[in-house]
Write a protein that binds this ligand. Structure first.
Ligand code: FES
Ligand code: FE
Length: 383
């Protein structure tokens, strides 16, 4: 069988093995997820000292907690004694300290080693040197972001810059006051597909007319297949008969007060590399975090955020949650349908991107540059 290259108006995708090869996935973990800012928790979940969450970031487990001075701290979730995983729960609360379940070394909320059985017989042990390994933390938009790099990249340019690219300035997102919105619903999706398929799908709208009947009713321009998020400041306008961003186009909930008139009746979508997607509509914000767990497995955690009185007052958020929940299911079904094809011989040299998908080619170039970073150390041929 011979495979010819795409005609000039089409460009090639990555070859199939970029979605199926555990060695390539390991490089992506090391050189993308362990070097960039990575969003791990809603800050309000850590509501008191000792509240914690754990998350896989690249190949590491990270423990995120609130310390006694009110600040959020993050550590590698590994005991410094013999390397046992310190916290095995995904979330929870400790009263004063984290105690390793193996030999009971105990760490304060600031990560310092505070006790160890028989430590009096080892008076010379340096309790700071054997504290938990701390990782960099930032809070923004009410979320906790961590970075495992020794010297993190600029948060302002890498994270906030993605918002500027889409909205024209960072202040435009401040109008949604995302810090002070509350989680009205959280749904976690297990997607049996490579993380890049999830991102590529989120980046294009060529599929919208085929798989998103409810979304294209609310946002008619999506039926044309052009992803509005790629035009700075544009946003996608609601259909003329549509009252709100809901599954049946019925009225939404109270508008977020800071939303400007030009942002009203519009939908904005932002991708923050490598794993955050944000959707802005007048009465709520949909905030996705994607966690690549294996070359063929991705967990997506999605929050629907509303004004505090909407959540506290028990208002019915069902019709607005249902719209994007269906979109998510439709998208993730498509990703799962695509994953097996990545190991087919017919995809060995990849597929093609039509002109409205060409920006996915930029994403592929970015991923390849990241993982090739120190290519002389890399035995893999990444072509
Ligand atoms: Fe944690 Fe020994 S491995 S106390
Ligand atoms: Fe979609």
């Amino acid at each position: 069988m011979t495979t010819t290259g795409p005609p000039p108006s089409l460009i090639a995708t990555l070859p199939g093995r970029h979605y199926t090869d555990p060695e390539i996935f390991a490089l992506e973990q090391e050189r993308i997820f362990e070097t960039m800012w990575f969003c791990v928790a809603r800050a309000a979940e850590l509501d008191k000292p000792g509240s914690f969450r754990t998350h896989q970031v690249g190949r590491e487990s990270v423990l995120i907690t609130r310390s006694r001075d009110g600040s959020v701290k993050a550590f590698l979730n590994i005991c410094r004694h013999r390397g046992a995983k310190l916290c095995t729960a995904e979330s929870g609360e400790v009263r004063r300290a984290f105690q390793c379940p193996y030999h009971a070394w105990t760490y304060g909320l600031d990560g310092k080693l505070v006790a160890a059985p028989n430590l009096t017989s080892m008076p010379d042990i340096d309790r700071t040197a054997y504290g938990l390994a701390e990782v960099h933390v930032r809070e923004w938009l009410g979320y906790v972001w961590v970075c495992l790099a020794d010297i993190p990249p600029s948060f302002e340019s890498d994270v906030m810059g993605a918002v500027v690219d889409r909205l024209g300035d960072v202040e435009s997102i401040d109008r949604y006051d995302i810090d002070h919105l509350q989680v009205g619903r959280r749904i976690t999706y297990e997607v049996r597909a490579n993380w890049k398929l999830v991102i590529e799908n989120f980046m294009e709208c060529y599929h919208c007319a085929t798989i998103h009947p409810e979304l294209t009713e609310v946002l008619p321009e999506f039926a044309d297949g052009y992803a509005a998020q790629y035009y700075v400041g544009h946003g996608a306008e609601f259909g003329a008969e549509v009252q709100g961003f809901t599954v049946d186009g019925s009225a939404g909930l109270d508008r977020i007060p800071g939303v400007a008139d030009e942002q009203d009746r519009r939908y904005y979508a932002i991708t923050v590399r490598p794993q955050v997607f944000i959707n802005l509509v007048p009465d709520h914000v949909i905030f996705h975090r994607m966690y690549p767990m294996a070359y063929d497995r991705t967990v997506v955690e999605c929050d629907w955020l509303y004004l505090p009185h909407v959540v506290a007052g028990g208002k019915d958020v069902e019709r607005s949650v249902e719209l994007f929940h269906r979109v998510n299911q439709q998208d993730f079904d498509a990703c799962e349908r695509t994953q097996p094809g990545m190991s087919s011989r017919t995809y060995a040299k990849g597929g093609v991107l039509v002109p409205s998908e060409h920006h996915i080619g930029e994403f592929h170039t970015w991923v390849q540059e990241k993982i090739a970073g120190r290519s002389s150390e890399t035995a893999l041929d990444l072509t």
